[in-house]
Design a protein around this ligand. Structure first.
Ligand SMILES: [Zn+2]
Length: 328
């Protein structure tokens, strides 16, 4: 971790590139940070903003000047975080047109303005086109940092105008340090989090601080075990416990999809696993064929789509149970 209060772990290449661009005076106006949820993309974006706005020229971001302190408090008037989480209209054409006008207004505090446009996965191409005009001819001293789970969510014309960085998982040592820095010291709980989510700091912290995620992981493990032993009773019991619980069901399904993806990967000889239950995926890979793994994966996707489409919850679960039984 950097010692200036900004909690950026690993991903030193991004920081080095930005530093050398600033010192050579050849700075891009638009950046894209992409990678899975929990890898710290917004934290890196804030770090980048701090580096651009820090009042300390020799050691930036210093973490001590007025500008850095305001960013650390998420209160800098020239650092605008735009996300659908806080504003459901954030990716609408109207909102982004307004942003285009706003971007030309001079900064309040310093000499630069930064827009962090986060979690762009659901931004429609029409809205991306509005931003394209802005990043093609950006106002002087205005910078944009986009974040998304993948660079594939952007139209090629936008991608060609941004400097893209894939954000990586921290090292395991950095991940454990990040968790301890948050005041969590219980080693067995930390081991459990790292076992489920690797070195993804955000997901590990979510697991340790959010009972719902811990509950979803526990359920996904039991359902995986039930699929391994083909225990219909256990399967029904767990799946029916999800009835009427929309968010929990979605989380469990996404965890199970990753477990199935891993089981298929193991069968194909790929050891890059992403799921929360690696030993379960390994055991499952010995019990089911690739075709079965794919069919189950498809079935969970269908169930997830039906949840999004507000399908009747008990009917949806009954259907899933019947299909799993048929497949295994
Ligand atoms: Zn500073």
């Amino acid at each position: 971790m950097l010692s200036n209060g900004f909690r950026v772990y690993s991903n030193q290449n991004i920081i080095n590139t930005l530093t050398s661009m600033i010192s050579s005076g050849r700075l891009y106006h638009a950046f894209l940070l992409y990678g899975a949820k929990g890898l710290g993309k917004k934290t890196i974006a804030e770090y980048m903003a701090a580096k651009l706005l820090c009042e300390n020229a020799d050691y930036s971001p210093c973490g001590k000047c007025k500008s850095c302190k305001m960013i650390l408090d998420s209160a800098h008037p020239d650092v605008n975080l735009i996300t659908k989480e806080t504003n459901s209209k954030a990716f609408s054409v109207d909102y982004l047109r307004q942003l285009t006008i706003d971007a030309y207004i001079l900064p309040n505090e310093g000499d630069k303005k930064i827009y962090i446009i986060a979690d762009c996965d659901t931004m429609p191409p029409l809205s991306q086109n509005i931003l394209l005009k802005l990043i093609e001819e950006p106002p002087e001293n205005t910078y944009f940092v986009f974040t998304a789970s993948s660079n594939a969510v952007f139209i090629p014309t936008v991608l060609s105008r941004v400097l893209s960085f894939g954000v990586c998982e921290a090292s395991e040592a950095d991940c454990r340090k990040a968790i301890e820095d948050k005041g969590i010291k219980d080693k067995s709980r930390i081991d459990e989090a790292v076992e489920a989510f690797g070195s993804n700091i955000g997901m590990c912290l979510d697991f340790l601080q959010n009972d719902e995620l811990a509950k979803a992981v526990a359920l996904a493990k039991i359902i995986t075990d039930a699929m391994i032993s083909a225990s219909e009773y256990q399967l029904l019991k767990c799946l029916y416990s999800l009835e009427g619980k929309r968010e929990l069901s979605k989380t469990v399904i996404s965890l199970l999809s990753a477990v199935l993806r891993d089981a298929a990967a193991i069968r194909l000889g790929n050891d890059e696993l992403i799921g929360c239950y690696k030993t379960g995926s390994d055991a499952l890979s010995k019990q089911i064929s690739l075709r079965q793994a794919y069919q189950l994966y498809r079935q969970f996707s269908t169930t997830d789509e039906r949840i999004d489409g507000n399908a009747n919850s008990s009917l949806n679960i009954a259907n899933l149970c019947a299909q799993i039984k048929k497949i295994i």
